[in-house]
Design a protein around this ligand. Sequence first.
Ligand code: SF4
Length: 158
Amino acid sequence: SFSFDFDRRRGTCPQGQTSSTWNPCRQHTTDVIVATWTKSTCGPCPVRDLCTKGQQRHITLRDRALHEATITARAEQTTDEWKRRYAARSGIEGTIRQTTHVTGIRTARYRGLPKTSLEHNIAAAAINMIRLDAYWTGKPLDRTRATHLTRLDLTHAA
Ligand code: SF4
């Protein structure tokens, strides 16, 4: 919920406070901009605990072109058209996860392209058979993922 004005070189937080500094710098070989709000602004802020663990808020931004591309992409992700296209991807992501998990195909067992290619083809055939078997026998294709907390089964006894 922060907004950034690259022309005026300042950010505005959800409480309507503007950043005090706007420092272009380099972090880990990447050009970034660090916007900072002062301690005197953040100190008395009623929502500071929701915003920062420190005494003041710092936000690191990428350069303008990357920042604006990210904003545009995030806005696009809320559209029905984007969700419709992503639905196809989420299906294939499940297949890829199952393939890497079952066959260990992320790491090649052999050296050389012919052997690696053969290994991939055998893995693909194996996954096809597993999925056909699941289809014919009505088995779920894969376990439904559960969070670590859910796996602890901390349900209260009534
Ligand atoms: S803690 Fe600081 S940056 Fe965060 S909302 Fe409050 S005034 Fe704004």
